[in-house]
Design a protein around this ligand. Structure first.
Ligand code: FES
Length: 266
């Protein structure tokens, strides 16, 4: 068998260095203790090994298999199924451009094409400086902020070709960038550790993660104040007895639902 990332034969996969192994073992035991069945800890443990190496290597798969008493084939099957696990060394910043339907028509396709040219990489490839990995991503339920770019799973809303280019330039230059909402940005490895279930140690980061963006809250207000439409839309081919052909717009609140709080409650 050949390790694709290193181009050399490796069977079985090498273990982590003893110091790393001991540290990960301690963390893994903490994660496993949260579940009644240890194999349920596989997803967070894959994030844990990803936080060590920046991707899920064969060594990481071996580690997960050993601590969970699974086969490496079972762990590999899971690691290769979910796109949040990277299988090769990648950049500090995973820049995902949503190219699902709504974002695509709102500019996501143009942004992705422009970034490929700007960074001189293709899908799932990393810039020469090791800073940025570019990828298509699927809908992240942020359609009300389309087109959306995500960096290490933090939201950068309402992007344009120019703002996206500037974003990756800032990342490559090591300058600080602020997500549109949510927690401050951190590196991919740091993000992976948080996804493994360990607390975000940065002051204020947890508090910043809560709440919804303004566009989502508009939708929430409309939903909570939902009433019968002011006009009944006539069946196709029939005329509106009240006259006129304008339909009630979903963007026009018909009654005030009162202000929503930050977490969307009233
Ligand atoms: S289509 Fe892009 S976030 Fe939903």
């Amino acid at each position: 068998m050949t390790d694709v990332s290193l181009g050399m034969p490796q069977l079985p996969a090498p273990d982590f260095p003893a110091e790393v192994r001991a540290r990960l073992q301690k963390d893994a035991e903490e994660v496993i203790a949260r579940y009644p069945d240890s194999r349920s800890a596989l997803l967070p443990l894959l994030h844990l090994v990803q936080s060590e190496e920046g991707h899920v290597s064969r060594t990481g798969i071996r580690f997960c298999a050993e601590v969970l008493d699974l086969t490496t084939a079972e762990v590999s099957a899971v690691a290769t199924f979910y796109t949040m696990y990277r299988r090769k060394p990648s950049g500090d910043y995973q820049v995902g451009v949503c190219t699902n339907t709504l974002c695509a028509v709102m500019g996501g396709d143009a942004i992705f094409e422009a970034l490929q040219e700007h960074l001189r990489v293709g899908n799932n490839e990393t810039t020469e400086d090791g800073k940025v990995t570019l990828e298509h991503i699927e809908c992240n339920a942020a359609c009300d902020f389309a087109p959306v770019v995500m960096v290490n799973w933090e939201f950068f809303d309402n992007q344009t070709v120019e703002s996206a280019k500037q974003l990756v330039d800032e990342l490559r230059a090591g300058r600080s960038v602020e997500p549109t909402r949510g927690a401050p940005l951190c590196t991919y490895k740091e993000t992976a550790r948080i996804l493994a279930g360990f607390p975000d140690p940065r002051p204020g980061a947890v508090e910043a993660s809560g709440g919804a963006g303004p566009a989502s809250l508009v939708g929430l207000r409309l939903a909570k104040g939902e009433t019968a439409p002011a006009k009944v839309v006539p069946p196709r081919g029939e005329t509106d007895p009240a006259g006129g052909d304008e339909q009630t717009s979903a963007s026009e609140p018909q009654q005030s639902a009162g202000p929503a709080t930050e977490d969307g409650e009233r």
